[in-house]
Design a protein around this ligand. Structure first.
Ligand code: ARG
Length: 465
């Protein structure tokens, strides 16, 4: 092949990501060939020990080599020629590469899940501390109701846990071994597919060689929850940027996670949160690229597919790093409690006034809403006197119901959050109760990830011991 063309089409530069997994795939194949009596025990042992060595020394293929699969076969040919000679019996690069990608995908997804669970744990811990810290929540970025900071943090914990669950569930395709599918249509070689799957920690075997070798949309099923995670991180970061601005002044981002301006010394720029906020676009770009590469692929392996996996690894890295930064923010963030309380002061809890009129005084809610609106405006304009209040009721054909003091008490933020009764509300006692529930989910998910991770790692370790 023309040298430039060889470089252009080579995956050698990014095959480092699947080096270890590819070594394992080769070792498993050799063991299977031995079990089937296709190579001798001595050649098999020699080859496996050579592969172990290659794992320790981690060779870098020259940039003109087609890929890691060819390269490892060449290296093995020098160290264990008899086994290397048979390495491609019943195995093609097409089934080998997807096997390696699936193994590595599982390992890395478990890592991301662990990172995510760490971030969630930090959110829950902080939410316990701030279960009763009055904090405004917004709709349309307009002050909507008093809530608590812990309540806000828990919303993020729940969103992340949901994504994590989907991410882990969608690993299903990666638990299916493609090995023994050979290049495209299966093989006449007497391969033991179950045995090789078991050696590599796969849970089942694929049942169509064409699908097994040439489909990659299972990666989109992982990229999609990864992107969803990045979106959640982005929302969180956006809120941090906004709320730490002087205009909101609700929170303080720690100095460690801010940069000063090179010219305006008074500034504390939330640069880490800004990068977290924007990473979602990069992850979306990677997802879009993968989707683009996969479109209009005729079935059967095409080299286009080789370009997919580096994007996937990149997305995993971006999300993992951002989750780590989210955790740091959460741990160090400080709430400006006074300012948050101010933001929740009347008329923020106007809905509560309307509720009170309806529930305690039997006024229909639509009318109560109109009365509360007038009272709220008057409070906002600082014109609420007893006379004005009485007039508002009279305008609606009612006798005066409240004193100004009573109105302000009903809309008191602390009292308001405590009055929330519906499940899932921002009531401090509910937020506190949810702490345990969330910790329990984190622990269950951690156990699940740890069990899966250990199962896979144990298989791979046994393979090369
Ligand atoms: N390097 C390719 C990849 O990463 C695997 C090789 C398949 N090549 C082939 N000519 N069938 O997907």
């Amino acid at each position: 092949m023309d040298e430039e063309a060889a470089r252009y089409t080579s995956s050698a530069s990014f095959d480092a990501e699947i080096y270890e997994a590819t070594v394992c795939v080769n070792a498993a194949h050799i063991k299977m060939l031995e079990k089937q009596g296709l190579i001798s025990k001595t050649s098999a042992e020699k080859a496996v020990s050579a592969l172990k060595q290659l794992l320790q020394t981690r060779q870098t293929p020259p940039p003109t080599t087609e890929d890691i699969h060819i390269y490892l076969e060449q290296l093995l040919a020098q160290k264990a020629p008899e086994a290397a000679e048979m390495l491609a019996l019943g195995k093609s690069r097409n089934d080998a590469v997807v096997a390696a990608v699936k193994i590595e995908a599982r390992r890395r997804v478990y890592k991301v899940a662990e990172e995510l669970l760490g971030a969630v744990e930090a959110l829950v811990m902080k939410s316990r501390e701030h279960a009763a810290t009055v904090f405004p929540v917004y709709t349309h970025l307009q002050r909507a109701a008093p809530a608590t900071f812990g309540f806000l943090l828990q919303s993020y914990a729940i969103r992340l846990l949901r994504c994590c669950n989907t991410l882990l569930n969608n690993l299903e395709a990666c638990e299916e071994s493609p090995l023994g599918s050979a290049a495209v249509a299966g093989t006449s070689a007497p391969v033991d597919r179950e045995y090789i799957a078991q050696l590599l920690g796969f849970k089942r075997i694929s049942w169509n060689a064409l699908d097994a070798t040439a489909s990659r949309e299972f990666l989109l099923l992982l990229l999609s929850p990864l992107h969803a995670i990045a979106l959640v991180i982005s929302s969180f970061a956006e809120e941090m940027v906004l709320y730490s601005s002087e205009e909101f002044g609700l929170i303080q981002i720690p100095e460690e996670l801010a940069a000063t301006s090179s010219i305006m010394p008074q500034k504390r720029n939330p640069v880490v949160a800004e990068i977290m906020r924007t990473k979602t676009a990069e992850v979306l770009g990677l997802l879009a690229t993968v989707s683009g590469i996969l479109s209009r692929q005729p079935s059967g392996y095409n080299l286009d597919l080789q370009q997919v996996t580096p994007k996937f690894w990149q997305a995993l890295r971006e999300v993992s790093e951002s989750l780590h930064m989210l955790k740091k923010h959460v741990e160090m963030i400080e709430v400006n409690k006074e300012r948050a309380m101010e933001a929740c002061a009347p008329p923020t809890a106007a809905v509560e006034l309307a509720n009170h009129l309806t529930l305690k005084h039997g006024i229909g809610f639509r009318k109560a809403h109109q009365i509360a609106a007038k009272i709220s405006r008057s409070i906002a304009e600082k014109t609420l006197t007893q006379t004005r209040l009485d007039t508002i009721f009279q305008e609606h054909g009612l006798k005066p119901i409240y004193t100004v003091g009573e109105v302000l008490n009903i809309m008191d933020p602390v009292a308001t959050v405590q009055r929330y009764t519906a499940k899932g509300s921002a009531n401090p006692s509910m937020v506190s109760e949810n702490v345990d529930r969330l910790f329990k989910i984190v622990e269950e998910e951690r156990n699940r990830v740890e069990m899966e991770r250990r199962f896979l790692e144990d298989c791979l370790q046994r393979l090369l011991s």
